[in-house]
Write a protein that binds this ligand. Structure first.
Ligand SMILES: [Zn+2]
Length: 256
């Protein structure tokens, strides 16, 4: 039992592979958390979840790159947010804002997503590239249930702050070859770790330049187990339990 906590199953690039992805996930008891970038992909995720049974959990939201043209109303126009398993992918990214006006708009849309997650007490999948400080400052003003900083690439100090707040941090295929990501993963307590692919992103030669698939997850778990000097099975089981906690599918007693 493995989990891909962040995959864009509704991305057109995965369309031709979707059948195979779902078959493989079902056969190997994987949970796939399908994140969205806009209203349309959010709605597609709900349709996928309905078809795939327990294998897929549908998240919906407006990604920073869609924030200039969409907002929470765009989402509500096509679906009932209370039907979503979580809110994501949402966040901030200075690279997608050509000026301060656009960045301000990103912040407004991000906050509307956080309000939704707070009101519905849904888990969040957060994009924080080149904006980690702003993301951390914004998150601290809301009463949020479960927060995942996906593909975290901030500083060790920012990581420490996020872990102390009880946020989850997800690691993907780059953990297998990137020394920087390995250092971050080693500084992350195992109980805060989730695994992801961010498919259809591709991860270079180490993964034959192919779109990332949930079948890559065991390699990520293996690398994490080596870094943390845990048995593969122990690491796998900790990450799977973390995922259930993140989704509030099972409330494990804390602090035991
Ligand atoms: Zn993503």
């Amino acid at each position: 039992m493995f989990a891909d906590a962040h995959i864009h199953l509704s991305d057109p690039e995965l369309k031709s592979l979707l059948h195979q992805i779902l078959l493989e996930a079902k056969a190997t008891s994987k949970i796939l958390i399908a994140v969205a970038v806009d209203a349309i992909t959010s709605k597609l995720n709900l349709e996928l979840e309905a078809k795939a049974g327990g294998t897929v959990r549908a998240f919906g939201g407006v990604h920073p790159w869609s924030a200039q043209s969409e907002d929470a109303d765009s989402l509500r126009a096509v679906l009932d947010p209370s039907n979503l398993a979580g809110i994501g992918e949402v966040g901030l990214d200075r690279k997608y804002a050509k000026d301060e006006v656009e960045y301000k708009r990103q912040k407004e849309v991000f906050e509307s997503m956080l309000k939704l997650a707070e009101r519905l007490q849904k888990p969040l999948s957060i994009h924080s590239r080149s904006s980690v400080d702003d993301v951390l400052a914004t998150l601290s003003t809301y009463n949020l249930r479960n927060v995942l900083l996906h593909w975290f690439a901030g500083t060790p100090q920012q990581l420490k702050e996020a872990c102390e707040r009880g946020y989850f941090i997800s690691y993907g295929p780059s953990t297998v070859y990137s020394k920087k990501i390995q250092r971050l993963a080693l500084s992350t307590p195992p109980t805060s770790i989730l695994t992801e692919t961010d498919g259809p992103v591709s991860f270079g030669a180490a993964f034959q330049n192919k779109p990332a698939l949930p079948a890559f997850i065991p390699s990520v778990v293996y690398t994490l187990s080596t870094l943390h000097r845990l048995d593969f099975e122990d690491m796998r089981s900790i990450i799977f339990e973390n995922t259930l906690r993140y989704l509030s599918l099972k409330n494990k007693g804390e602090g035991g």
